[in-house]
Design a protein around this ligand. Sequence first.
Ligand code: TDO
Length: 181
Amino acid sequence: MNIIETPIEGVKIIEPKVFGDARGYFFESWNKAAFAAAGIEADFVQDNESFSTYGVLRGLHYQMPPYTQAKLVRVIEGTVLDIVVDIRKGSPTFGRNVAVELSGENKRQLFAPRGMAHGFAVLSATATFAYKCDNIYAPTHERSIRFDDPKLGIDWQIPPENYLLSEKDRKGVPFDEAEYL
Ligand SMILES: Cc1cn([C@H]2C[C@H](O)[C@@H](COP(=O)(O)OP(=O)(O)O[C@H]3O[C@@H](C)C(=O)[C@@H](O)[C@H]3O)O2)c(=O)[nH]c1=O
């Protein structure tokens, strides 16, 4: 496994060791001890999977205390542009984002520690997205920051006429009005 550090403290890209053979492939998508040795520690309590079509944009999401979540995300099939935004009060990279393409092909994973808003846009015809969370889903504590807030300056690589958003994400709050972590 190879770990790529990012400009945001704690946000890491993981390139797993993939074993290919005549049958197909195998890789460990989570191994508590190996990830801890690479500086990624989390007590995951929930696994999620979503399926989306081209242009679907989910985000930017987070939960307020005591339900903040660290996430380990990956794509099983398809390609997404994955984004994390640092919303930790006082962080030297507050308001900055990391963008990484995750796909079934590259098998990259992204670890987002607690204190990040997270979202992704689907660049392929379809995408199956899987992730682990270290805290439970708490709809009352969920928040959504407007994904296209000019202050964040994120290029989602999707023409705006193709965006497919949930009602919740259409009502995302501007970055300046968001509650931070
Ligand atoms: C996130 C979540 C949703 N749900 C339900 C609520 C709702 O009826 C349905 C769809 O929920 P949402 O619209 O919130 O799903 P979605 O927009 O995919 O939300 C996810 O987006 C990505 C970017 C994240 O980072 C995740 O943490 C999560 O917020 O699934 C759960 O039961 N458990 C969960 O953990």
